[in-house]
Design a protein around this ligand. Structure first.
Ligand code: SAH
Ligand code: SF4
Ligand code: F3S
Length: 474
């Protein structure tokens, strides 16, 4: 989920006919752009906003970069490796540009924001550098770049939410879509670059969120995922268009409003911060059948001492209480997490605390990383990156191994159970199978029969791997 990843992703959930419902490649456009996305779901959603802005300017999307007039890389800075991947890709495009000098190459997203004009010097053949809050100026910057000037806009904003822009769904399966509800982050976790690359936390007008989700539903979509770095801190005060009174909307009330659009529209959300998720959110989830019982609740570490150094502002015990509360209110809730191994000063004992936290929480899914020091973060300024790389990696391997075992156990628990599955498309492995996900976000593959994507079917689990349930429609 929050892994650095190219448009193709490891699981089946993003597979599908590229560009399905919207004719993104349209002969009436006078120019073509190609976009590649890295990083979190929010970045993927931003690419859809960029596509919409470029469409307005007469640029149609293409899946073939060789025929593009403009190549855009929407980048991620979260770990050093994410940036290395992008640099390699830029080198490939540099070669392409030698044979096609008219083609423009632009860097968008978090690397653009972090490195700014330095990118133009380091990556000589980059023509454009545009930060996450400056996409409205992209067409003007492209024009500037077309005259041979280097174009840069990395201004961050306190207000920009792109609320009025209707994203063009790239690589869409026509069934599931992301809807951003907020941008930026103020949490200042010491390891993290996001507050620097995405700027201050700001919330999108709830009625524009509802409108976008309702329009998706009317266009045949059956699932929306509400996105933000910390959705539980969503907060909006304004005049309700319904009652004309001033109202306060929290994440729980926004979730409820989106769930009320239609019982056939599934609602998911990501990411929840353990310090902010409330009982009210959990009760709202319990109240609406179409709000999926699945929570991504990144723990980062199981050691209170390390959590404090990370500025996560909760303790091990606080986190455990949240998990217990989730299990009480939503007994069948799927739970996933993010874990960092080898953060500054992490001892063997701290590491064992992370392992025992995993035993306690029994995560269905985990995204696991070793700590990668990022220039300019609070941790880089305050602490020494003192855990040797081989120790970080060994601890990561142990965490991954434990998770693999737990994930398989979690899947095996579902054998014999029947789930309501939203069909998302044809399985990667076989033309004869469809795949979809259950409420808890587990992927289920089953024989196609006469079913189609966008339908809900009841599937009984007959077999599993550590990543996929295998079933048959009942
Ligand atoms: N807003 C989300 C996380 C966004 S970043 C949250 O707070 O939960 C996605 C994940 O990247 C984080 O959860 C963390 O596990 C990881 N991460 C952040 N900074 C990192 C770093 N410097 N090195 C390695 N992993 C990091
Ligand atoms: Fe980064 Fe923390 Fe914000 Fe997540 S909550 S994006 S880890 S600063
Ligand atoms: Fe990466 Fe930026 Fe998202 S750093 S994880 S793309 S907010």
């Amino acid at each position: 989920m929050m892994l650095e990843q190219v448009t193709k992703v490891h699981d089946e959930s993003r597979q599908g006919e590229a560009f399905a419902p919207q004719p993104a490649v349209d002969q009436t456009y006078h120019k073509k752009f190609y976009i590649e996305s890295y990083g979190c779901q929010m970045n993927f959603n931003d690419s859809e906003i960029v596509a919409s802005i470029m469409n307005q300017e007469g640029f149609g999307a293409t899946r073939n970069y060789e025929e593009a007039d403009l190549i855009l890389l929407n980048t991620c800075s979260i770990r050093e490796k994410a940036e290395q991947t992008v640099r390699k890709r830029l080198q490939e495009f540099r070669k392409l540009k030698q044979s096609n000098p008219g083609m423009l190459v632009g860097v968008l997203g978090c690397m653009a924001e972090r490195l700014k004009a330095k990118l133009l010097e380091e990556e000589k053949l980059v023509d454009l550098v545009v930060g996450p809050d400056a996409y409205r100026t992209l067409p003007a910057l492209v024009e500037e770049a077309e005259t041979g000037q280097k174009a840069v806009n990395v201004l961050l904003s306190r207000e920009e939410t792109y609320a009025d822009i209707n994203p063009i769904r790239l690589d869409s399966n026509g069934v599931t879509a992301f809807v951003s509800i907020m941008r930026g982050c103020n949490n200042m976790c010491t390891s993290c670059l996001v507050p620097f690359t995405r700027g201050w936390d700001r919330c999108r007008d709830p009625y524009s969120v509802i409108q976008e989700a309702a329009a998706l539903f009317n266009n045949g979509y059956r699932e929306v995922t509400l996105l933000g770095q910390n959705v539980d801190s969503y907060y909006w005060v304004g005049v309700s268009p319904e009652s004309a009174q001033e109202e306060t909307i929290t994440f729980a009330s926004l979730l409820e409003k989106v769930a009320q659009i239609n019982p056939l529209l599934r609602v998911r959300f990501s990411t929840s911060h353990p310090k902010d998720i409330t009982d009210e959110v959990l009760h709202t989830m319990a109240k609406y059948e179409n709000i999926c019982n699945y929570i991504h609740l990144p723990v980062q570490s199981g050691s209170t001492r390390v959590l404090q150094l990370m500025n996560r502002t909760y303790t091990r015990e606080w986190y455990m209480k949240k998990v217990t509360r989730i299990r009480e209110i939503l007994p069948d809730c799927g739970l996933s997490t993010d874990i960092i191994t080898g953060f500054c000063t992490e001892t063997e004992e701290d590491h064992q605390d992370t392992m025992s936290m995993m035993e306690f929480a029994k995560y269905d899914l985990a995204y696991m990383f070793f700590y990668s020091e990022r220039p300019g973060t609070l941790a880089a300024r305050r602490y020494q990156d003192d855990v040797p790389e081989d120790v970080k990696k060994r601890r990561l391997a142990q965490v991954v191994e434990l998770h693999r075992r737990q994930a398989l156990e979690s899947m095996q628990k579902d054998l014999g159970k029947t789930f309501k599955v939203l069909v998302e498309g044809t399985s990667k492995r076989s033309e004869n199978d469809l795949f979809g996900r259950n409420d808890q976000n587990k992927v289920i593959v089953f024989p196609r029969g006469n079913y189609e994507k966008g339908q809900y079917v009841q599937v009984k689990v007959v077999d599993c791997t550590a990543a996929t349930l295998i079933g048959k429609v009942v």
